[in-house]
Design a protein around this ligand. Structure first.
Ligand code: PLP
Length: 391
């Protein structure tokens, strides 16, 4: 099928409608068709609704079982999980942390919570994750080694870590990025907030660095209302992270002794009860989302001028948010497409405004961000609720 350019926006909308059907279609809706109400009732009846209780332990155990990580620490949200994961990687005041500007504001915010400075690097178009080739070249240009530490020549600051974010559930090019980081002695932290259920070479995302952060916000693949988790394979890191998320309180039957400045980041039992029911549905939800992706693939097959993002070989995506990227020639169609969709009560969404365009991050250091700048005018998320797939 050859598409008349004038009809391009309506062709895109029609392709989406072909998959999702008629009526009001949100971007991502949670599903509660398991044991949610039963577990919440049990939780309330137990009176342990707050920071101590069996549901938090069970929820952590089920995350461990699903991801294969050795340790899991449930937190109040994904942002707090990322904050602690960065601290565990040695991100401290006066250092710099590399990240892509194509992310949710929680990523740079959590870097600043550590007293560090976000430093932006460009992405690759195929997976919307950090481009390892550009990264290596950039670090070769701007850094020197000093006592084995990677120092930014211009700012004279240490580059302490890099955050990989698996955008919309698509695993980034982890091995190639890790190669670069090993060479430059930079720690890896993963913002796996969007990628619960996404695997890279058979290993769950979030398990490749010192620690990974998950999110269970209402728009994510499973939800605890609000919530997050730190996952790690390192016992020392796990103990330290648990200590920090629970106000750094030493175990004692009655005394309140806190041996450092900790955080009140522990996930409440009530949220974990919801999460336990949700994680029981995760496998099923991913099957539905992958099937939904296949339907999008078929619907968009005949439409020239755009690309539907697909998982790379050796990776498995949870397809949290299906995403199309308009060809450069078609970027002027972004607004018309979003306008028609809005009138149509169909939730299509552009990518986030890139972080370096936000006021608090407008002066941060960066490499040439050509790809991010271009993609931010061409990326569209498609409705991706699991219930959109009908057998
Ligand atoms: C959702 C999300 C987070 C964490 O968000 P919370 O609302 O704090 O759970 C962090 N990074 C990215 C990229 C996200 O999408």
């Amino acid at each position: 099928m050859n598409v008349d350019k004038l009809n391009f926006p309506t062709d895109v909308i029609n392709a989406v409608r072909e998959v999702v059907g008629s009526g009001f279609i949100p971007l991502h809706e949670p599903e509660f068709n398991g044991n949610e109400i039963q577990y919440l009732k049990e939780c309330i009846q137990s009176t342990f609704v707050s920071s101590i209780g069996e549901f938090v332990n069970k929820f952590e155990a089920s995350i461990i079982e699903y991801t294969g990580a050795k340790y899991c620490i449930a937190t109040v949200n994904g942002t707090s999980a990322l904050h602690i994961a960065l601290l565990m990687a040695g991100v401290t005041t006066g250092t710099e942390v590399l990240l892509s500007p194509l992310t949710f504001v929680a990523t740079p915010n959590s870097i600043v919570y550590c007293g560090a400075e976000p430093h932006f690097v460009d992405v690759a178009q195929d997976d919307l994750g950090i481009d390892p080739v550009k990264l290596r070249k950039y670090l070769e240009e701007i850094t020197v080694f000093n006592n084995g530490q990677c120092i930014n020549k211009k700012s004279r600051k240490k580059i302490s870590a890099l955050v990989i974010m698996h955008t919309f559930g698509n695993p980034s090019k982890i091995d190639d990025i890790v190669d670069v980081l090993n060479f430059f002695n930079i720690a890896l932290v993963e913002d796996a907030a969007e990628s619960l259920g996404s695997f890279y070479k058979g290993k769950h995302t979030g398990r490749f660095g010192i620690a990974g952060a998950l999110s269970f916000n209402g728009n994510k693949i499973i939800t605890t209302g609000g919530g997050g988790a730190i996952i790690t394979d390192n016992e020392v890191i796990a103990k330290k992270a648990r200590h920090l998320t629970t106000t750094a309180k030493l175990p004692h039957s009655w005394e309140y002794i806190h041996d450092e400045v900790g955080f009140n980041y522990r996930m409440p039992n009530l949220n974990a009860a919801l999460g336990l029911a949700q994680i029981e549905l995760l496998e099923q939800s991913i099957i539905k989302k992958r099937a939904l992706h296949k339907s999008y693939k078929i619907a968009f097959t005949g439409i020239d001028g755009l690309t539907l993002i697909e998982e790379a070989a050796d990776t498995m995506s949870n397809y949290w948010l299906n995403t199309i990227i308009l060809d450069k020639e078609n970027q002027s169609y972004l607004e018309p497409i979003l306008e028609i969709a809005t009138k149509n009560k169909l939730f299509l969404r552009p990518a986030w405004k890139p972080m370096h365009e936000l006021e608090p991050y407008s002066n941060c250091q960066r490499m040439n961000l050509d790809m991010v700048n271009s993609l931010s005018k061409r990326v569209i998320n498609l409705p991706s609720s699991p219930n959109l797939f009908t057998y």
